[in-house]
Each structure stands twice: as structure tokens, then as C-alpha cells.
Unconditional design. Structure first.
Length: 378
């Protein structure tokens, strides 16, 4: 048994010596075959001193940066300082959310693989910086749009055109909502705070930025040819209306017909302080007041004798009177001699509700208090 162990140990020692000797011969042969004495051995690159390479070396195909004999990926320092490497070359990639271009933190415009962005210290820049177009405002690596210190930027520069600032569209000049005359795609216009001016400015009337000669609505106000808010009758293009302070008037005012009541610029119809107006004046005829037709005098539902299209009639609260008024019997406003139905009551010739036999025009009936009697009666 002891003899077997000795033989095994001798065999293993010879095998190890043979293996090491063979690799040394192979390494020596590779060095001899390469004039620069730079070789790969089992994927490790060795320098001229036979040590695993560290730094820049031409491996026979191209220059690479090695660390411990391998093309380096990660950070390391060379003659340019601390650099980022990828497979032995200056790397272009994001590392911990920082973008590196050719080994250094990106500064300027670079395509990160998704799009072009402007970087500063490896991050998509927000703020001011200078590129080929001069000093620009950036937002997340793109030319920015938005307010900075009350100045609005559009595509990196103070805005000089129409832009939506998030609250609406405005016309800007040098980053401010413009007031004055400027030209856009529709021509020269007058602007107020970035909108087309509408109103009186410097004694000139403008509508939607264009100078106007009047007889036009501006911001809901109708202006006359004197360029002042209208205070009379004007045709606004849809019809004639009476204006006060540029608005179609509702209320009392005086025109060529005297003091009149107006409603939305027309002679008004309706009750005002219990007086009914028809066509601007207290009503003096038949009018529908919204509840029914009534005959008015001086704006009140009339009671008394008056004349309408059918002749002289007796009225009670604006309706033809039917009944006994002042000891006189009326039917539909006309004086009656009796023997007639009035509001369902039959009156005799004595002008009182019938209480006897009467011919009502259809037949003879016995009446009590003006009503036909059916059955026993007292």
C-alpha cells in the first residue's frame, strides 16, 4: 500500500511538471513569433514584459484599453483623465442615469439612441445654455417652451409669434404678450396683451385688431358712426334697435315718440309697476298679457264703457261685461232687455234671475233663481 502511494505521487508530480513546462514553451513560442512580444494567451492579453496588459495597446487588430489583460468595460483613468470604457473603447451609454459620449459625460447635442438631446454633465439639460444657435433655453434636453422670469420661451428663444402658453393662444414679441401693431399671417393687426385688440385705443376703434369706422359690435357693445357706444336707433345688420350705452335697451327712454318703454331694443310689451305696456306705451287696446286677452286703457285692464272694433261695449276687468252692473244687465258687453241667459243664469224681462215659467227660445221651462227646475219645488 505504501509502495502504491509513492508511485501515485511520483506520477502526479511528473504530470504537473509536464503541463507547466508545455505552457511555458507555448508562451515562449508565441512571444518569439510576435515581434512586439504582445500576445493573447487563453483570452488574456500580455504586454511585452509578459504581464497581463493594463492601458492602451494595439492587439494587432486595433487599439484597445486593457485592464488585467481584458478589454475594459467600466471606469478607468488614462491620459485624458477618468473615462468610461466599453469593450476597450471609449464608451457611449447611460451609466447610473448619466450619459457618456466617447468616454466622457456628455455636454452638447447627442443622439442617445432614442433621439437627439442637449446634455450638460451627462444629463438632459433644463435651463439656459449655449449651442450653435446662441444662448438657448432647454427643457429636458430639448429647446424649451414656457415662462422663465415672466418671459415666455418658444423653441428655446424668447417667443416672437403665436404660442399657446397653457392658458390660451397669445401673440408674443420678445417673450411678452404684445401690445401694439404687428404683422401675423392675416396681415397687420393691433394687439392688446397678445390678443387682437377690440375697443377704443388712442381714439381709434378696433375690432379684432382691424380699424373700424363704426356701426359695429365690439366686445358686445354697438358703436355708432361717431365711434362711441350707440345711444339711439340703429340698424345693426339684423334689424333696427334702440341702444343705450351700446346695449339694446331695456327700460324707459325717450325717442322721437316721447317717453317709451323698451325691451331688448324694441318697443316693449309687458307689466312694469302693475302697468301693462304695449309697443312701448301704456296699453290702450286688446293685448295678450301672457294669461289671456284683455282690453286695456292707460295700461290697466279696463272697467267701463269703451269702443273696440265691434263697437261700444261694457268692460269689466278687461273682458266684455256679463251680468248686472249699476242696475243694468249686460251680455258680452252689450246692454240687454232680459229674457236671456247670462253666465248660465236666465234673466226675465224685469232683469232679474227668472222665478216662473219662461220661454228661453227653445221651449217653456219653469225657473227658480234663473235655473231650470227639475222635480218638486216650493
Amino acid at each position: 500500500m505504501k509502495v502504491f502511494k509513492k508511485v501515485f505521487l511520483m506520477f502526479f508530480s511528473l504530470l504537473l511538471i509536464f503541463h507547466l513546462g508545455f505552457n511555458s514553451i507555448l508562451f515562449a513560442e508565441n512571444i518569439n513569433e510576435n515581434e512586439k512580444k504582445l500576445v493573447y494567451v487563453e483570452n488574456i492579453f500580455y504586454d511585452e514584459n509578459g504581464k497581463s496588459a493594463n492601458g492602451w495597446y494595439d492587439d494587432g487588430t486595433e487599439w484597445y484599453f486593457f485592464k488585467d489583460g481584458k478589454k475594459h468595460t467600466g471606469f478607468a483613468t488614462d491620459g485624458n483623465g477618468k473615462m468610461y470604457f466599453k469593450n476597450g473603447k471609449y464608451g457611449t451609454a447611460y451609466v447610473d442615469k448619466i450619459f457618456y459620449e466617447e468616454g466622457k459625460t456628455a455636454n452638447g447635442w447627442y443622439d442617445d439612441g432614442s433621439d437627439w438631446y442637449f446634455f450638460k454633465n451627462g444629463k438632459k439639460h433644463t435651463g439656459f445654455a449655449t449651442d450653435g444657435n446662441g444662448k438657448m433655453y432647454f427643457k429636458d434636453g430639448k429647446y424649451g417652451k414656457g415662462y422663465v422670469d415672466k418671459v415666455f420661451y418658444g423653441e428655446g428663444k424668447p417667443a416672437d409669434w403665436w404660442y399657446d402658453d397653457g392658458t390660451g393662444w397669445y401673440f408674443f414679441q420678445k417673450g411678452e404678450k404684445f401690445t401694439g401693431i404687428a404683422k401675423d399671417t392675416s396681415g397687420y393687426k393691433y394687439f392688446i396683451n397678445g390678443k387682437y385688440g377690440s375697443g377704443i385705443y388712442n381714439d381709434i376703434l378696433y375690432k379684432d385688431g382691424i380699424k373700424s369706422e363704426g356701426k359695429v359690435y365690439v366686445n358686445g357693445i354697438f358703436y355708432g358712426e361717431d365711434l362711441k357706444p350707440a345711444n339711439w336707433w340703429y340698424d345693426d345688420g339684423t334689424g333696427w334697435y334702440f341702444f343705450q350705452k351700446g346695449k339694446k335697451h331695456t327700460g324707459f327712454a325717450t325717442d322721437g315718440n316721447g317717453k317709451m318703454y323698451f325691451k331688448y331694443g324694441k318697443y316693449g310689451k309687458g307689466y312694469v309697476d302693475k302697468v301693462f305696456y304695449g309697443e312701448g306705451k301704456p296699453a290702450d287696446w286688446w293685448y295678450d298679457d301672457g294669461t289671456g286677452w284683455y282690453f286695456f286703457q292707460k295700461g290697466e285692464k279696463f272697467t267701463g264703457i269703451a269702443k273696440d272694433a265691434s263697437g261700444e261695449k261694457y268692460f269689466v276687468d278687461g273682458k266684455y261685461g256679463s251680468g248686472i252692473y249699476n242696475d243694468i244687465l249686460y251680455k258680452d258687453g252689450v246692454k240687454s232687455e232680459g229674457k236671456v241667459y247670462v253666465d248660465g243664469i236666465f234673466y226675465g224681462e224685469d232683469l232679474k234671475p227668472a222665478n216662473w215659467w219662461y220661454d228661453d227660445g227653445t221651449a217653456w221651462y219653469f225657473f227658480q233663481k234663473g235655473k231650470k227646475v227639475y222635480g218638486l219645488c216650493n
